[in-house]
Write a protein that binds this ligand. Structure first.
Ligand code: SF4
Length: 473
């Protein structure tokens, strides 16, 4: 084996086996809500980083919405220069420790790595986590900001995009206030994510960094109530609109209105948000739970149901395991913890009892068509293949669709794009001067990193707009 960190070796990947993060046993982790992974130690981090062959045209970078300079910080990591690597990583993204836990890396950087398919991709996400934790442990996460420049910016939405924009601007000396309708900052992706994937302490630690950079939060501020765009535009020099702005696809088969059918978002919010919600209790203990869908939310629901004592947690997906949109490790972890999967099946009806409560599902088999690059495989229903399964709770996790922006007076003057979202120019600015936008409101349901990319670009453009200087993103 080559010496760890011998970055001159182009062939370390042949000699160094890929290792994922250490993982707690399935019975242990299914009995609590803590994160399931540990961290690399320093020697393993160097060794794993040394597997990168430093491609001259790195496909991992092209696979990252932020064009994160992955090979550069991998090289520094392989050389044991962890703080330099962490600083470089931190300059290219925001809250890398959160993105590394939630991004679908096997569909992005790791999936694009040239070693994927030949061997195993470089462990980019685990190394990101290692570097951020190393930086926190060594007091090297900067909260330095430029001197105050006298300009005030309002950021609406405290999801990953809003937080990224706020951090970028605060570090440049702007007085930033983040507004959010919810009482807990972090947005849907963070608040609706179970702790076994993202512990709240990780989020709180990052929020504390932002607070120490001077970012202020006004929570429970509902748009259209006391918070209006006109008022923000009057009170602040610029506004960034970065709200979670999406709606869950609904189940439309007969019986979808029965008691016991609950959207994934509702289930996850009730099980993950640390504040009381105005929702009826969803008690899955000892019950049969069937989740519909193949994305990360579906897997989150199944794994959360197991932890809340469900007797069964089944996931029904209309395509095959290979076509699921969720992270591969997420799926494997769910299976290890006891979730069971019905592939190539789709519901045609939710079945109810005499009290109007769910008692099961009628499903039908599907057949997949040929794969088409860049497209999801088509499927068709197999006639005469209907069958039934029992269920006490049915949780549709069918993804999200774009939600047109409100037609209130506030927003009425803003130019819309073709689906009713906000149109922005090349500077991320809406048709109203000084009002910028990104993420869901502009592009529809977005990946975390797409929202962060829009937000970083908007922050750079706000700087340029207010101070007449270009900062780059
Ligand atoms: Fe390294 Fe893989 Fe990126 Fe190539 S594609 S630079 S091997 S991480």
């Amino acid at each position: 084996m080559s010496e760890p960190g011998n970055s001159n070796s182009k062939y370390a990947w042949r000699e160094v086996a890929a290792h994922g993060l250490p993982k707690r046993s399935a019975p242990e982790r299914a009995a609590d809500f803590l994160e399931i992974y540990g961290l690399y130690d320093e020697a393993t981090a160097r060794e794993q980083a040394s597997r990168c062959i430093q491609c001259p045209n790195p496909s991992c970078v092209n696979g990252c919405p932020l064009c994160n300079p992955i090979p550069q910080w991998l090289l520094l990591t392989a050389e044991g220069r962890f703080l330099e690597a962490a600083a470089l990583l931190g300059s290219a993204t925001n809250m890398a420790e959160i993105c590394a836990r939630l991004c679908p890396s096997d569909h992005l950087c790791e999936g694009a790595c040239v070693l994927e398919g030949i061997s195993s991709s470089v462990a980019i996400q685990p190394l990101e986590q290692f570097l951020v934790e190393y930086a926190f442990a060594h007091g090297a996460v900067s909260t330095a900001t430029a001197p105050p420049n006298g300009r005030k910016v309002a950021v609406v939405g405290s999801g990953p995009g809003g937080l990224a924009c706020a951090e970028q601007l605060a570090r440049q000396g702007f007085a930033v206030t983040v507004f959010d309708a919810e009482l807990v900052p972090g947005g849907l992706l963070v608040n609706g994510t179970p702790a076994f994937r993202l512990e709240k302490t990780v989020v709180h630690r990052r929020l504390e960094v932002l607070r120490r950079c001077g970012v202020k939060f006004q929570l429970g501020a509902q748009f259209g109530d006391k918070l209006t765009l006109n008022q923000l535009a009057e009170d602040f020099d610029a506004v960034f609109l970065g709200c979670d702005w999406r709606r869950a696809r609904v189940l439309t088969v007969p019986g979808a209105e029965l008691k016991g059918v609950i959207p994934a978002v509702t289930f996850l919010l009730q099980k993950t948000t640390p504040v009381p919600l105005d929702l009826s209790p969803i008690d899955v203990s000892g019950k049969r739970v069937v989740v519909l869908g193949g994305g990360d939310s579906a897997i989150d629901c199944a794994r959360a149901a197991i932890r809340y004592g469900a007797a069964e947690a089944k996931v029904v997906y209309r395509r095959g395991a290979e076509e699921m949109q969720c992270g591969r490790q997420h799926y494997e972890s769910a299976f290890e913890e006891g979730a069971r999967f019905f592939f190539q099946a789709t519901p045609v009806a939710v079945l109810g009892d005499s009290d109007g409560r769910v008692r099961g599902l009628r499903l039908v088999r599907t057949e997949l068509g040929p794969a088409d690059p860049g497209q999801q495989r088509p499927f068709r229903i197999v006639r005469g293949s209907e069958f039934e399964i029992e269920a006490d709770w049915v949780i549709p996790a069918l993804g999200f669709e774009p939600m047109p922006c409100p037609a209130s007076d506030d927003f009425a003057g803003l130019t819309r794009n073709k689906w009713g979202g906000l149109a922005v120019d090349a500077h991320q600015m809406t048709s109203r001067p000084g009002v910028f936008a990104g993420g869901d409101m502009v592009r529809g349901p977005s990946l975390i990193l797409e929202s962060v990319r829009d937000a970083r670009r908007a922050a750079a453009e706000i700087h340029s707009y207010l101070l007449g200087q270009t900062t780059g993103v």
